[in-house]
Each structure stands twice: as structure tokens, then as C-alpha cells.
Design a protein around this ligand. Structure first.
Ligand SMILES: [Zn+2]
Ligand SMILES: [Zn+2]
Length: 130
């Protein structure tokens, strides 16, 4: 990676890790405000995903969003297998890191990526209505 790409990569990673919700490609592009083009952001995101720095969440509209795990990483044993909550009202996607689904697969199936997204109304929006 070039120095410029490295800088962008750090900026994107910081943006994602500081956010308390999962960010879409569009959110990231908006936040970086013309610092780099779509293709660069896409490449950087793919690299961060590959390295396990961030993980992907799919919202109710099928759009990919990116988040980083707040809990401490313990190397290879770390899995991004928690549930994501997609709010129909504010459109935010939140990591529910403490909610991990338990299931068992038939023999010889190996999990690489888990995508669980629950849709509904988040606690912030629910409390706004009352
Ligand atoms: Zn909400
Ligand atoms: Zn997550």
C-alpha cells in the first residue's frame, strides 16, 4: 500500500472504531469528505475485513455496513459472530456484542462468516416515543 493509502486506511479504521453504530460505505465517504474516492474506500474496507480489524453487518435493506469490535480481541479465537440490530426508524445498525447465537451445523461444515441481523426499533427510538 502507498503512504497515502495507509493514511486513508488509518483514517477509515479510526472512523469505524470510534463510531457506536455500523457505518455504510456512503457514511464513510461523507465523513472523509472528498479525501479519497469510492474505489479507494472499497479497497481499504476489503483489506480491513481480511485482517479481521473490522467486520461486516448487513442492514434491512441489504446494504453492507462496517463496524469494529469493542471487546478485546484474543487472536485467532476471536469471532465476529454476534447479532446486529437494524433499526427501521433511525436506520442505524448496532452491534449487540453480548448477543451471540448458538447453533450447531452438520459434520464437515465450517463457518467463515456469520451474518445475523435483527430488524425492529432500537432502544433509543423506543424511548423517544414515550
Ligand atoms: Zn433507532
Ligand atoms: Zn458487529
Amino acid at each position: 500500500m502507498s503512504t497515502r493509502t495507509t493514511k486513508i486506511s488509518i483514517a477509515i479504521y479510526e472512523l469505524i472504531s470510534k463510531s457506536n453504530k455500523a457505518l455504510s460505505h456512503h457514511d464513510i465517504q461523507k465523513e472523509l469528505d472528498g479525501l479519497c474516492n469510492r474505489v479507494t474506500i472499497y479497497r481499504v474496507l476489503e483489506k480491513l475485513l481480511e485482517n479481521g480489524k473490522i467486520h461486516r453487518a448487513i442492514d434491512t435493506e441489504g446494504i453492507s455496513r462496517y463496524a469494529s469490535c469493542k471487546s478485546t480481541c484474543n487472536g485467532d479465537k476471536h469471532h465476529h459472530n454476534h447479532i446486529h440490530f437494524s433499526c427501521k426508524n433511525c436506520k442505524e445498525v448496532i452491534c449487540l456484542e453480548d448477543v451471540v447465537p448458538i447453533f450447531s451445523l452438520p459434520n464437515d461444515y465450517e463457518i467463515h462468516e456469520v451474518n445475523f441481523t435483527i430488524s425492529g426499533i432500537c432502544n433509543k427510538c423506543k424511548n423517544d416515543c414515550h
